[in-house]
Design a protein. Sequence first.
Lengths: 69, 474
Amino acid sequence: MKEHLTRRQLAWAAAGSAAAVSLASALYAQSPPADPELEKARESHRQNSETLAKFDIAMSVEPAFQFKA
Amino acid sequence: MTDDIFFSGIADLNARLQKREFSAVELVKSFSERLTKLGPRYNALALSLSDIAVKRAKQIDDEFKRGRLRGPLQGIPFAAKDLLAFAGYPTTWGAKPYAAQVFDETATVLRRLDSTGSILIGKLAMVELAGGGGYRTAAASLFGPGLNPWDVTRWSGGSSSGSGSAVAAGLVPFALGSETSGSIISPSAYCGITGLRPTYGLVSRHGAMALSWTMDKIGPMCRSAEDCGLVLETIAGSDSNDPGSAGKSFYYTPQYARQFSDLKIGFSPDDIGWADDAARPAFQAAMQVMRGIGAQMVEVSLPDLPYGPLADVIIGAEEASVFEPLIRSEQINSLADASQAAALRANLEIPATEYLKAMRIRSVLRQKFRELFGGVDVLLAPARYNVAPRITEPLDAPDPVRVPVPASPGMRRLIQAGNLAGIPALSLPCGFSNNLPLALQLAGPAFTENTLLALGREFQNRTDWHKRRPPQPA
């Protein structure tokens, strides 16, 4: 069933959204900056990922370790 | 005892013990005093075990008196990288979070050495957690930066820093190191000693800190190829406590080595172009000595594979699993190197699919190395293309630009490639640049340590770089 909102309810909702956006912006501004060392390590991972992704490998190639039962 | 004792080879020391020129107690006391006095000057000493070593030496002297001979290592003092457990004593792994860690079991390699009468006199400093996360500074250690005996403003290399310094400075006749991706070869090269990275699985890792289960190796760091062979014979062998054990033994038999004229040595002529300018004459001269041995020299190139990313992903994923409790704790912040702590955190985010892909590419790598070794018996390259860096230099700086740029990458990634392939390598001092040691690296197929050692021994019969001594500290 579709719910109908009055114009007053719509106004409250809009005001609430604006407040939420404002609050999020404020929180973002107050949050500590990202750890540059961690970001550097992640960037290195991204580059590794891209390099390995370019490497086509046949389905028959198994990882270089053996499971022994 | 004269200073010559501190730079003698294992066989010579053992012969003199047998002749009663000095006792095992005297030898152990002399080396222990030297290690305790000079070790801290190079930030090389993690723990002196002098007291217990002297007690053990008394037992060995009794054995000599009774005529019970155990082989060339009997009565020889040594020290071990502080990633090997020695029951009842601290094993710090070079890292503050583990500074008070004590195990109740001794590592297999230390038990094997004890069984042949070799005497552990100390534990040696190392880069924290063997540096697997990647570290930016030489100071990434509980013990401070490893200082190079040839020039204390320079790094001794990592992660077996103390092992490199201690052998070079004559503080021990030999040491144990470990290598996941360069940690024996690099400090051996920078410190001017002879280091052997064994084939994966030949030497038990039981009782050693795990960094990467599929890449960790333990090996000897000595004065000569000959000494590496003697130590390897003792520490190699099957161990049911090590899931990676190859179940193979090793007997040092240079007398049965193949004729050198039958050997094909693969090299890249572009390697010289990648070396520092000042290092090139020494490398060229050393290559000439190798040619003079009589083996056939064959130009080759390494398979074109992403060695760096492969090693990063495999070591990163495995160490993240090993150290997950540490990484998720506040103690991670007490590591000396912030970049290593950050890398360890980031390694927890490596997807399983990426690790598996890297391990699948590693299968391709192994096959390509089998093909490469179908055409040559040994690979020859500079161990490091530069001398030891200053301790103040960032270790993660990009490689220097070479002009002109060599036509091919040469063997520059041989350390990473060789570790990924699990093959053995030997670092041999081969000259100096600005009074700092340079080294060649020999690598061969799995379980061909005797071939590498025989070639290394012949190279050292023709040169004296391995006999050079660093300046005595004031």
